[in-house]
Design a protein around this ligand. Structure first.
Ligand code: PMP
Ligand code: GLN
Length: 399
């Protein structure tokens, strides 16, 4: 990743930062949100909704605090109400049978789940295969574990997983495949056929799979297939999701892990020394949220699909090459029509030029060339905000 900046010496003879983390720098999301605030730009950078989730769920969190539920350390695996609700969700949507007592772990967002799972399973020198562009915490956490990233590049326009490249990437050092579908930032949703091929490979080489499914309810084309639901995969898959996206409460940081007792126990061993426990009162509220009726879940994707279409059309009209996402609330574009500037230069200039913030795709790649001209826009914003952003972007001149 081309980011740097956290390599301070502070007058000491040795570099301050653990060399494993060299070059990771500050996460781009915080930087771009600060830039948006400082310039009064429409922030389509960091992926967070500009509308909170259901009021009744916010009320449930407030009620839990006032009723003294979860204000002291909750149980290590999460409160039983939430563990049962997570198991119920897996059964309702995927027909997966999860034991809430031994096969669920509540975490501080999906971020901690990914970190704890990687630290639990990866030893120094182990190879971790992941599909780039990838969510920025993946590279950082693989590095913290001392693992070696083995990127498989998803390429525009379709961003399909290259299965022969994947097969060729497996070595006897490969420990696991880190999967994310629906995929941030490309919006690609892996098909059942693609996931079956990945599953076959994992079984054949005795690999674990960490499957980050935080956008599971945001699919417009195709279907979300949890890889754990494929034959022989339950025993080797750690599935991860979160309340952040599904319920639009990104600040609550309630995520979860499901898997066999052995897998969950391993992740819990790490989690207990990272945060021990988290978000007591919010856990009760998320338990209630998970029980919302099917219509709630259907509305998430239906609403986002309208916004996706609005953005695809508006960005294309403004001169961007647009790669319509099949899922998530992100849209990838190519900015070469605006002159041969890189996505990084384009995104840095955009707030000053027209007052919009976006994320340069380059930061999601190891192989930076593959993402050189990409820019990602988030569309989890109110329609009038998206319309304003598009109006501003239409003032750009494609050359
Ligand atoms: N994984 C992916 C792919 C994401 O986009 C995000 C978004 N923040 C996360 C994990 C982290 O989720 P959380 O906010 O629940 O930690
Ligand atoms: N997942 C969100 C994104 O990809 C942001 C999360 C964060 O800021 N770490 O934009």
């Amino acid at each position: 990743m081309p980011r740097c900046g956290a390599w301070h010496h502070s007058g000491m003879s040795r570099p301050l930062l653990n060399p494993r983390l060299a070059g990771l720098g500050t996460t781009i999301f915080a930087e771009m949100s600060e830039l948006a605030a400082a310039t009064g730009s429409v922030n389509l950078g960091q992926g967070f909704p500009d509308t909170d989730g259901p009021a009744e769920i916010a009320r449930a969190a407030a009620d839990a605090i006032m009723a003294g539920r979860g204000n002291q350390y909750p149980p290590g695996a999460g409160v039983p109400e939430l563990r049962r609700a997570i198991a119920g969700h897996q059964r309702r949507f995927y027909d997966l049978d999860i034991d809430p007592d031994t096969e669920v772990l509540v975490t501080a967002g999906a971020t901690e789940a990914v970190a704890a799972a990687l630290l639990a399973f990866v030893s120094p020198g182990d190879e971790v295969i992941a599909f780039e562009p990838y969510y920025d915490s993946y590279a950082a956490c693989i590095a913290m574990a001392g693992g070696v990233r083995v990127p498989i590049t998803l390429r525009a326009p379709g961003f399909r997983p290259d299965l022969s490249a994947l097969r060729a990437a497996v070595t006897d050092r490969t420990r696991l495949i880190l999967l994310n579908s629906p995929h941030n930032p490309t919006g690609s949703v892996f098909t059942r056929t693609e996931l079956t091929a990945i599953a076959n490979l994992a079984r054949q080489h005795d690999l674990l799979v960490i499957s980050d499914e935080v956008y599971e309810h945001m699919v417009f084309n195709g279907e979300h297939v949890p890889i754990a639901s494929l034959p022989g995969m339950r025993e080797r898959t750690v599935s991860i999701s979160s309340a952040a996206k599904t319920f639009s409460f990104t600040g609550w940081k309630i995520g979860w892990v499901t898997g066999t007792p052995d897998l969950v126990t391993a992740v819990r061993t790490v989690k207990q020394f990272l945060t021990f426990v988290n978000g007591g009162p919010f856990q009760y509220a998320v338990a209630q949220a998970l029980a919302l009726p099917d219509e709630y879940y259907a509305t998430i994707a239906a609403d986002l699909k309208i916004k996706r279409d609005l953005m695809c059309e508006g960005l294309a009209a403004a001169g961007f090459e647009v790669y319509p996402p099949e899922g998530t609330y992100f849209i990838m574009t190519d900015v070469r029509a605006f002159g041969q500037v890189s996505g990084l230069e384009f995104a840095r200039a955009l707030p000053g030029a027209v007052g919009v913030v976006a994320i340069p795709s380059e930061v999601f790649y190891d192989n930076a060339d593959a993402g050189r001209f990409g820019v990602r826009f988030a569309f989890c914003k109110r329609k009038e905000v998206l319309a304003e952003a598009l109006a501003r972007l239409s003032r750009l001149r494609a050359g």
